[in-house]
Structures are given as C-alpha cells and as structure tokens.
Design a protein around this ligand. Structure first.
Ligand SMILES: [Mg+2]
Length: 241
C-alpha cells in the first residue's frame, strides 16, 4: 500500500498520448491503413509504402515551424505527408493520396480511447483539492472534438487549446496563460505529458516540476538531453508516493 503523496496545488495535463491514445505506433498504423484500403495503385508494396510514409512524417514533424503550422491543419498535412512518402516510391496518384489520408484519419479517430485510469485519476486529484488544467496543441475543431467525445472538460478548472488561443506549447506564453488562469505559479505546479520538449525541457526551464508520461514504457530515447523530474507509465502513479 503506497502512502498518500504530497500533491501540488495545481497540475497541468497534456491531452494526446497523455490522457487519451492518439499517435502511438505510427508505422504500424500506416501499414494497417494501407492494407485496409482497397484499390491500391498497382505494384504498391504495403510494408514499403508504410515505411516511406512514416519516414515522410518523421521528416515533416521534425521541424518546429512546420510542426506548428501542420498540426493546426492536420488533414492537409496528412495529404502532404502521404504524397511525399509515395512520391519517394515513384507513385503519383492524387486520388489515392486523398483516400488513404482520409482513411488513416478515420481509423485513428475510431481507435482513439481514454487511458483506463485517466478519469479515476483526474477525479481523485480534484477530490484532493488539486486545481487541474488541460493544455493541448492542435486545431480547435480536432482538439475540442476529442475533449467533448470523452467528456473531459468537467474535470478541469481551465482548458486551453492552441487553435483557440493563437499560441501553444512550447511558447512561454502558453504556460504563463495557463498558470494565470489556474491562479498558480510554475514552482507550485506539476506538468504531465508525453512530449519531452513541450512538457519537460521548456517547463523545467520555467520552474515547473515536469513529469514525463511514457504510456508504453519505452523509456527515454537514447541521447535525449531531457531529465524529467519523474517518469510515469500509468496516470494513477500520480496518486502514489
Ligand atoms: Mg501529447
């Protein structure tokens, strides 16, 4: 039996891949999407196409400016990524690019789920007087749809969506705005999320206690300079010492 932990006055949570599943196992997901969509271009090799699109996605998301612009219009971005990946294989087929992108998006939406201990953990934290904030990057339409689908807003004192604010993580303004809305300071606040830059490196520089959410237990990527204050695989660990 673990002892009751010393909880902070406030905790800021990320949404995607922290409270809900969103972007896990991308190469495998592309493989299933290509495999599940009929009328492939002739001679398209499924694993080869999955790898090429996965590589195009890694390239796309590796640049912070491209990332910011791309996540605010995810459907256009998916088409760009699929088109780039297939072009690398010499496949130019706009109709297929559009159909595969839409199919992948629909598949991801259907598979998105709450982590099993998410709601219980939020309820228990709020019950112990912790003021909870949700701070998520992405467009208003995409992020609000997920928040509503899983009825999450009711657990939070403050919900902040990048597409509604015009700023997002890792901009300092995003953290400052959330702290002010929660009536707290970074020193009194934990932040919990799966992105090592947005929810560990930058928040630590601002004085937060940063908890890295590692939902599949993959461990820290080799050579990454981030030093999370704590690493959790289950959300319920927040309630344990
Ligand atoms: Mg995330």
């Amino acid at each position: 039996m673990s002892r009751a932990p010393t909880l902070p006055p406030a905790i800021l949570f990320d949404l995607d891949d922290t409270l809900i599943t969103a972007h896990l196992h991308p190469r495998e997901a592309w493989h299933r999407a290509i495999d599940g969509l009929p009328e492939r271009p002739e001679r398209l090799d499924v694993p080869g196409a999955a790898s090429a699109i996965h590589e195009a996605a890694r390239w796309f998301w590796s640049d912070p400016d491209r990332h910011r612009e791309g996540r605010l219009d995810i459907h256009t971005t998916r088409r760009r990524i699929v088109s780039r990946g297939l072009s690398a294989l010499g496949v130019e087929d706009d109709g297929y690019v559009t159909r595969l992108s839409a199919h992948f998006s629909a598949m991801r939406t259907a598979e998105t789920a709450l982590y099993p201990d998410a709601v219980d953990t939020l309820v228990a934290l709020a019950g112990r007087g912790v003021r909870l904030g949700l701070i998520t990057n992405g467009s208003a339409a995409e992020q609000r749809a997920k928040i509503e689908r899983f009825d999450l807003a009711r657990h939070f004192v403050h919900v902040q969506v990048e597409g509604e604010m015009g700023f997002g993580k890792p901009e300092e303004q995003a953290y400052a705005h959330a702290l002010s809305a929660l009536g707290t300071t970074a020193a009194d606040t934990w932040i919990v999320g799966d992105n090592l830059d947005w929810e560990v490196v930058v928040p630590q520089r601002l004085g937060f206690h940063a908890i890295w959410r590692d939902p599949v237990g993959k461990g820290m990527p080799a050579g990454h300079p981030a030093k999370p204050d704590r690493i959790i695989t289950r959300l319920a660990e927040l309630l344990e010492e």
